[in-house]
Write a protein that binds this ligand. Structure first.
Ligand code: 1PR
Length: 523
């Protein structure tokens, strides 16, 4: 039996699923005494440092945790569960951490996208039992804006490079903690969890250890999900967002099975978009939550879910907040939620008033679950114009002229799956959403969607230059070369595709083997 410290924020479901997949029985801490009586404790901290420490304090977990750490019993901290071990954090000045290790937590100060999101390697500094069965050159999934700075170098187990080298895991006696997420790091991560559980295993150094590490470009598989005309939940795919063929919804497979297949084929991340979420309220759409639950049982890479994340009043007048919808998605196994239509409305309001309400879905979800958990899904289409001046939009000069030879265009945001164009451009949307607390942009393009004609490089460059958070390029992938093009001609951190994967035209492994040696990827 293993004890899991779940203080009620974020996706601990995936940690439980990963431990259970290794044959462990997991008991969650319900009261402070459960910490004191635990034999092995896993602490997958999530969200922000301040709210984490406040909740631990409110639940009277702080002292039992400190006592547990001193006792020498096995402890595994993950992400915030690592940061909590230190004395303080820049994220919540004045608030004390557990103080088990000397040092503090600092925000990344780098010329790169923050948060760091994705797969990076580790340089091994000392032997440990958690390296059993690993080669040493594996990559693990990171998602964080802050990193620990231990005073005592001897506790550093691995370092990772992101602009500079930082401590990516620590070990002191039986206390091990990783900044990366083993439960989201595929087979290598599961191996780390297994090694943690095998407390008698001998410490060792793997045969390899890179001297420096690099964040990989991510390949994301996207599943657009909706009910077909018979009411079955299917993976569908549009051509420029039109998912019907001869009147019927295209059916490209079952969501849970396809997600599992893409995981096995090496997808670095999987995204589900509930594409009719704008009209069907997700909390009434239980099959989608069930898809997430079932997928997270055996898919150990990050899962994003979008569709219908907004405040909602049901037919009986009951009110639900976007935060509540997101919470249900997180509880069902999502690591990130993606907001589409509502983000456009929120950004419009912000542009109009010039002030934050503090209560928008973006602000509320990022405050509770952290910026990294909030993705903005943008559905723009090109609007050609004669001249770059006189418009309240970010206009770009384009190498692909419009139907009347126009050399300029702007990217109009749409809502409701492209059905309604708004008076807001995608560049402004990205910039505003970052300011409100979004952690990542999923940048679709209606003109390219399903066309196999390649990503819209001009769109991606325009948005990427306006934000400092990661951008996932989406729409139009037709061959392996398109992935190389998007990564070499833009600074996008990830590229997403749907149709070519669903139709089996270009398997994920083929994309990866084409990119290997040309770019940093996770093999
Ligand atoms: O507005 O918050 O309820 O979220 C709805 C979500 O559903 C949004 O993220 C929106 O992008 C998505 N969506 C709505 N309608 C459609 C549709 O296709 N009719 N799908 C839709 C968006 C675009 C991509 C697609 C890529 C790659 N799909 O996700 O997977 O374009 O495709 P490709 O590689 O085949 O070119 P809300």
């Amino acid at each position: 039996m293993i004890t899991l410290l779940d203080y009620g924020a974020g996706n601990v479901r995936s940690v439980i699923n990963a431990l259970e997949s290794l044959g462990e029985r997991v008991e969650s801490v319900a009261r402070a005494e459960d910490i004191s009586s635990a034999e092995r404790l896993v602490f997958p901290g999530v969200g922000a440092f301040g709210s984490m420490m406040q909740i631990l304090d409110e639940k009277s977990y702080v002292e039992p945790l400190r006592a547990y750490l001193r006792s020498g019993r096995p402890f595994l901290g993950i992400c915030m569960g690592l940061q909590a071990l230190f004395e303080s954090s820049e994220e919540a000045p004045g608030l004390e951490g557990l103080g088990f290790l000397a040092g503090s937590v600092k925000r990344f100060s780098v010329d790169l996208a923050v948060p760091q999101i994705g797969w990076n390697g580790v340089s091994i500094r000392q032997p440990s039992r958690i390296f059993n069965g690993l080669r040493g050159d594996e990559k693990f999934y990171f998602v964080h804006s802050y990193h620990v700075t231990p005073t005592d170098d001897e506790v550093v187990l691995t370092t990772t490079d992101y602009g500079y080298s930082f401590a990516s895991s620590i070990q002191k006696g039986n206390v091990i903690a990783t900044q990366f997420h083993p439960e989201k790091s595929g087979n290598a991560g599961l191996r780390i969890l297994k090694n943690f559980l095998e407390t008698d295993a001998k410490p060792l150094r793997p045969s390899q250890s890179p001297t420096t590490t690099k964040l990989a470009k991510r390949i994301v598989a996207c599943l657009d999900v909706r009910s077909d005309d018979q009411g079955n939940l299917v993976v569908t795919k549009g051509d420029q967002y039109d998912v019907r063929e001869e009147g019927a919804v295209r059916n490209l497979g079952r969501p849970v099975e396809l997600a599992r297949r893409y995981y096995e084929e090496g997808a670095d991340e999987i995204t589900f978009l509930n594409i009719t979420g704008f009209r069907d309220f997700p909390l009434e759409d239980m099959p989608m939550l069930e898809v997430l639950r079932q997928t997270s049982e055996n898919v150990f890479v990050p899962l994003t879910i979008g569709g219908g994340i907004r405040d909602y009043t049901d037919k009986d007048g009951r009110e639900y907040t976007a935060l509540r919808v997101a919470a249900e998605y997180f509880r069902s196994g999502a690591d990130k939620v993606s907001i589409g239509s509502d983000a456009v409305l929120i950004a419009e309001e912000y542009v109009r008033t010039g002030s934050k309400t503090g209560r928008s879905a973006i602000e509320e979800i990022s405050r509770v679950y952290g910026n990294q958990a909030v993705v903005i899904s943008v559905d723009p289409r090109r609007v050609y114009v004669e001249s770059p001046t006189g418009l309240p939009h970010e206009v770009i000069e384009t190498a692909i002229p419009g139907p009347n030879g126009e050399r300029y265009c702007w990217y109009q945001c749409t809502i409701k799956g492209g059905r309604e164009g708004r008076d807001l451009d995608a560049v402004t949307l990205g910039r505003v959403c970052e300011e409100l607390g979004a952690g990542e942009i999923l940048l679709n393009c209606i003109d390219r969607d399903g066309t196999n004609s390649g990503f819209d490089i001009e769109l991606i460059n325009a948005v990427k230059q306006a934000v400092s958070i990661p951008v996932i390029a989406s729409s139009g992938a037709g061959c392996v070369e398109h992935f190389y093009q998007v990564f070499s001609e833009t600074q996008a951190e990830a590229a997403l595709a749907a149709g070519i994967f669903h139709r089996g035209e270009v398997p994920i492994a083929e994309v990866k083997s084409y990119l290997a040696g040309k770019l940093e990827i996770r093999s």
